[in-house]
Design a protein around this ligand. Structure first.
Ligand code: ACO
Length: 332
């Protein structure tokens, strides 16, 4: 979808929050049969944050949004919408967005969660941009937050090394300049692949073909190699499509912000499309895969470092469980 409306959208402020505890690869060596060398070489991850019993999807999301609100100067009471992207919220009902909106004082906002896993924040950003652009909203808060370490079977060495906990948030607002904001977006899914990463709570939710899976019920089950292959292809296609549709050259983009799932997946897109490596943001070494939080954490680090130049485009791409994938070309 290419922007056609009469006004634009601006990121007014961003924020992030991560648990205090850092779990290094060396720490993991004591928990599962793995090694720092294997994890770094296969994923690029060196450390990740892990929530304690008091740190929750609610509390991390709230803290990230409070920071984003402060950075934006937007009064929470003026928010039209609070969207929370997560697949690990503590409560199924009400939404995490409802509880966060109360905590930040967004008393007049529409509230809902998006369960698109790692693509969740981009789904939310794309929807928020569209809502504002067409005049249905003025100010929207978006939070991407996960505490996936609670869903991990710590005996499973492929899943336990990957995920980390955290939250990132952005407040987006209407801008009179129609060239600002999302100039191209895509959102996709392929439900036929849901079995590649799922979280069964009981036997009924286990597909027959996966009946012999040794991972205990109540924990994430991941078919890593299948996801890897899918992600490599989709990342390359999504970035190429974003460049082709907007007419941008690889050097016209100030930052490529890819979902931080595996450094090798990101590097494959860099190689295939000859992207300038210094413009491809990577922080997976410090956070691991924080799912819906990964893109907004990157965004916040870049914003707070003063590295987002107004008027220049950013390409954001993500893929996740579902399976889902999404892209956004954002003119800052
Ligand atoms: N430490 C040491 N050895 C390991 C580990 C580990 N942590 N994990 C697996 N191995 C072993 C395997 O047992 C296997 O051994 P074998 O050859 O003797 O059988 C060998 O290493 C290779 O295993 P692979 O599964 O082929 O390893 P691969 O290179 O594919 O890396 C990984 C695994 C990191 C999981 C990779 O497949 C991957 O990143 N996949 C994508 C996962 C992903 O992005 N998931 C998130 C989805 S997004 C969302 O929505 C949450």
């Amino acid at each position: 979808m290419t922007a056609t409306f009469g006004r634009g959208v601006r990121i007014a402020g961003t924020g992030r929050a991560v648990p205090a505890q850092v779990l290094t690869n060396k720490d993991l060596e004591k928990l599962v049969d793995t090694s720092d060398e294997w994890i770094v070489q296969r994923t690029g991850i060196r450390a990740r944050h892990k929530a304690n019993e008091h740190e929750t999807v609610f509390s991390l999301g709230r803290d990230a949004l409070l920071q984003a609100l402060q950075a934006s100067g937007v009064n929470p009471a003026d928010l039209d919408m609070v969207i929370v992207a997560t697949v690990s919220g503590e409560m199924l009902c009400p939404s995490t967005a409802a509880r966060i909106s109360e905590a930040v004082g967004a008393d007049d906002a529409a509230v809902f969660d998006i369960a698109a896993a790692c693509s969740g924040f981009l789904y939310a950003l794309n929807m928020a941009d569209t809502m504002i652009r067409c005049g249905r909203a003025e100010r929207i808060a978006i939070v991407g937050v996960e505490v996936l370490t609670r869903l991990v079977d710590w005996d499973d060495r492929t899943v336990s090394i990957i995920f980390g906990d955290g939250a990132g948030a952005a407040v987006v607002v209407a801008d009179p300049d129609p060239s600002r904001g999302c100039i191209h977006q895509t959102m996709h899914g392929d439900g036929r692949m849901w079995r590649t990463l799922y979280h069964p709570r009981n036997e009924r939710e286990v597909p027959p073909a996966d009946a012999a899976n040794p991972i205990r019920l109540g924990h994430l089950r991941m078919h890593g190699r299948e996801i890897y292959k899918f992600a490599v292809t989709r990342f390359q296609e999504a970035i190429k499509d974003a460049l082709d549709r907007t007419g941008l050259g690889v050097d016209d983009v100030q930052h490529y912000i890819c979902h931080q799932s595996n450094q090798r997946i990101i590097e494959s897109a860099v190689e295939k499309l000859s992207l300038p490596p210094e413009r491809v943001y990577v922080n997976i070494d410090r956070y691991g895969n924080t799912s819906a939080a990964s893109i907004p954490i990157c965004l916040d680090e870049l914003c707070r470092a003063g590295r987002i130049e107004p008027g220049k485009p950013i390409i954001l791409v993500a893929f996740g469980a579902g399976v889902t994938w999404a892209s956004c070309v954002w003119n800052a």
